[in-house]
Design a protein around this ligand. Structure first.
Ligand SMILES: O=c1ccn([C@@H]2O[C@H](COP(=O)(O)OP(=O)(O)O[C@H]3O[C@H](CO)[C@@H](O)[C@H](O)[C@H]3O)[C@@H](O)[C@H]2O)c(=O)[nH]1
Ligand SMILES: [Mn+2]
Length: 739
């Protein structure tokens, strides 16, 4: 075991370890397999070359070229994945040792950022629950400051947080005194507990708050409940100005002040600050990255904590000791000077049994980050990440100073957060024109230029020379919402696709700039993500080409009797078996893995394709793209169907068309092939094509079900079925005419 000694002190006795790092035993096997598989890929390319030389007909040449391009893309993507397999590690922390090396009063201050953007897609009561869960961290309360960024500029959200501030004065001491683990009230009251009177009373308070908040969201009016001067003053901003989500002044409201507000037991409360940065149609606001940068500045002016936690509005804390785990690393000055952030996995509650949409993202949020942890560290996932404030201001050796000294990570705040000077400066730095002619978004803060601001920002930090840490304790530190309708899932992935392509084809491309700055393995790892949309090329090719050829009796792969056939089988089985092994080792089941591989096919035929097109239109200047917030509300009927395991189509979106076409063509070619076999035809030459068609058909079972067997609202809209059928027929006819 390679023990990293935590927190060196001047004491003579060895301090107890705060964390350890251990390489996974599978490393040697991974490396050996990579060598074998590389040989197989080279053999395949040789086979391609052989065929291309022998061919004379234009059609078969085109087919062979398409297959060659597809296999080259697959080979490239396979190579990038190897970076995760060369040195996976597992870390452990020992928060129980923390108090032995560090006094509680010496813990650093912690600023927590929570982003929300739309009260109708992101119910304010859930955002409030997220905030309460972290306000109740097992950490010196007065050192915690929670900043809520409301990009929706909604009085409904502000109202919800005014309610939260009151409820928190009961909730925080309740959690502390009863040593509660689930500090998100909704989650706590949602699971079964013995209800003593104290719990009963708290529950009544919570329900009261929930009813008021939901009522206000429903009616759109807060007036019924506002009876204090402070409240009226705050909400006046919405009425005294032509206020819209896209155009409004900065609103900063300190709802709790740690220097004077106390809970019902007389202990100080954390700071709770509502921030809605200024918006104007004429200046770009850079979506979430812009919101986070505004919070970086507002928090610098008010508290300037050296530790920062960023959270999406739905990602609540599931473990009050999480900051202590982080301190196991950040309390060590040698770590602090090299490591920029500590990322926790994104875990989700409410995913159905077999995770039909692959929303757990086991590879992206668990397997791959463990691989990266043995190199420079995991990428940034946008939420559940603790930063050292210094990372936002230049590389580990050179501090890039912000335009005013109050924003510097070294600045010490001396005035109370509600003083006039502080509030005035905070409003100023949240202004929509503040960033003009500054380094924000380029050299300072979260980086602009990609719709996956998280991925891009973490990437640029690694390029600057920072490292990061992946921390995944057994009890998930955070839980968030996953989308439960296929369209929401695909739209989310489509946004990611566009953002990733923006990185892949920028001057900071992961494969060129990244490889130079971070070395080949990290460059490949980041390229696995940024180039993943090009998987749509082989996935689309393999979903249509072999089947169309099969329907016309044309063979495009080696015969069963040839040795080359077994090469194809090895490449397919080998890659999938290794993937399955990793998946199951990470706690997945076979069913989940099956659904995961199906989702790759679905993504390839939908959001990757559509994302690619939208990216092209944007690059040509034909359209602009926005950050479409993922829906986090839950429709009961939809939720029932989801938990039954049925795919949710329902909406007639063009994004479903290529997928449905593939489902139809694969089924027919497979049936045609089976009939030919029954009629005694020798399928030696077409066997591999039959296998592929059969495999895709099995993958498409939920689609056939949605097309013909279901009558609920989530079935495949008839419009899509008809369009896809017509297009599939047109495609088959065209191909048979060419042949
Ligand atoms: O203009 C915007 C748009 C979004 N958000 C917030 O950003 C967060 C993430 O948005 P969501 O719709 O939930 O996106 P997801 O696709 O679920 O999020 C993943 O992908 C995003 C990048 O596309 C990252 O920012 C997220 O952290 C990551 O979890 C939410 O809290 C939003 O309120 C803003 O603050 N301002
Ligand atoms: Mn989300």
């Amino acid at each position: 075991m390679e023990g990293l000694r935590g927190f060196p002190t001047s004491q003579t006795t060895n301090p107890p370890p705060l964390h350890t790092l251990e390489p996974l035993p599978r490393i040697a096997a991974n490396r050996a397999f990579a060598v074998v598989y590389t040989c197989a890929i080279l053999a395949l390319l040789y086979n391609h070359a052989q065929r291309l030389v022998l061919l004379h007909y234009p059609f078969t040449t085109i087919v062979s070229l398409l297959l060659l391009i597809s296999d080259l893309v697959l080979a490239f993507m396979w190579t990038t994945i190897q970076s995760f397999r060369m040195r996976p590690v597992k870390r452990r922390e020992f928060p129980e040792n923390l108090e032995k090396v560090m006094k509680r009063e010496d813990y650093p201050a912690l600023d927590i950022f929570i982003c929300t953007a739309d009260p109708y897609k992101e119910p304010p009561i859930s955002v409030v629950n997220t905030a309460l869960s972290v306000m109740a961290y097992d950490y010196p309360t007065e050192k915690i400051s929670v900043y809520v960024s409301d990009d929706g500029g909604s009085m409904l959200t502000l109202f919800a947080f005014m309610e939260a501030a009151k409820f928190a004065t009961h909730w925080l001491p309740f959690c502390r005194n009863n040593n509660i683990l689930e500090r998100n009230p909704a989650a706590y009251f949602g699971s079964k507990h013995a209800l003593d009177t104290e719990t009963e009373n708290i529950k009544i308070l919570y329900q009261g708050m929930k009813v008021r908040v939901e009522h206000v969201v429903e009616t759109g009016k807060v007036n019924d409940y506002i009876n204090t001067e402070l409240g009226r003053e705050a909400f006046n901003k919405w009425t005294s100005y032509r206020f819209t989500t896209q155009e409004h002044p900065t609103i900063i409201q300190v709802l709790l002040d740690s220097s004077r507000d106390k809970d019902v037991a007389g202990n100080l409360m954390p700071n709770l600050v509502y921030v809605s940065r200024e918006k104007s149609r004429t200046s770009p606001h850079n979506f979430k990255a812009g919101a986070l940068n505004a919070l970086l500045r507002v928090s610098a002016v008010m508290t300037n904590a050296s530790m920062i936690l960023t959270l999406d509005c739905d990602m609540y804390s599931n473990d009050p000791h999480t900051p202590l785990r982080v301190l196991c690393y950040l309390s060590d000055p040698t770590i602090r000077s090299k490591y920029g952030y500590i990322q926790f996995p994104q875990c989700f509650h409410g995913i159905n049994k077999d995770d039909i949409y692959d929303c757990a993202y086991t590879q992206m949020f668990l397997i791959n980050p463990m691989g990266l942890d043995g190199l420079l560290g995991p990428d940034y996932f946008g939420t559940g990440c603790f930063f050292s404030r210094r990372v936002f201001f230049g590389d580990p050796l050179t501090l890039v100073s912000p335009e005013i000294s109050e924003l510097s990570p070294e600045h010490v705040v001396k005035k109370p957060i509600q003083s006039k000077a502080i509030l005035a400066l905070a409003h100023n730095v949240a202004g929509c024109n503040y960033e003009g002619n500054t380094n924000w978004g380029s050299k300072i803060g979260f980086r602009y230029g990609s719709l996956v601001e998280d991925f891009y920002t973490g990437y640029r930090f690694h390029c600057e020379g920072w490292k990061s840490i992946f921390c995944h304790p057994d009890r998930p530190a955070f839980y968030g919402d996953a989308p439960i309708s296929l369209l929401d899932v695909l739209n989310q992935t489509k946004r990611w696709t566009i953002g990733l392509l923006e990185v892949a084809f920028s001057k900071y491309s992961t494969i060129t700039f990244g490889t130079r700055a971070m070395g080949p393995l990290m460059g490949l790892a980041y390229s696995f993500y940024s180039f993943s949309p090009i998987l749509s090329i082989p996935l689309t090719t393999y979903a249509f080409l072999p089947q169309l050829a099969l329907l016309n009796g044309v063979s495009i792969f080696p015969k069963v009797s040839e040795l080359w056939f077994y090469l194809y089988v090895f490449l397919f089985v080998g890659a999938n078996a290794q993937d399955l092994f990793e998946f199951v080792s990470a706690g997945g089941t076979f069913q989940m893995w099956w659904n995961n591989q199906r989702m790759w096919m679905i993504r390839g035929l939908s959001c990757f394709l559509f994302g690619f097109m939208e990216y092209l239109l944007k690059s040509l200047g034909i359209s602009t793209l926005g950050f479409n917030v993922t829906n986090k509300t839950i429709d009961d009927k939809q939720s029932k169907r989801y938990h039954k395991g049925d795919f949710e189509f329902g909406v007639a979106s063009p994004i479903f068309v290529p997928l449905t076409m593939a489902a139809i063509i694969n089924l027919f070619s497979f049936i045609w092939g089976s009939i030919e076999i029954l009629r005694g035809r020798n399928m030696d030459q077409l066997f591999l094509q039959m296998l592929i068609a059969g495999f895709v058909t099995v993958n498409c079972l939920p689609i056939y079900k949605a097309m013909v067997l279901r009558s609920d609202e989530g079935k495949m809209p008839i419009k899509i079925t008809i369009t896809a059928t017509i297009l599939a027929c047109a495609l088959c006819t065209t191909v048979s005419l060419i042949l």
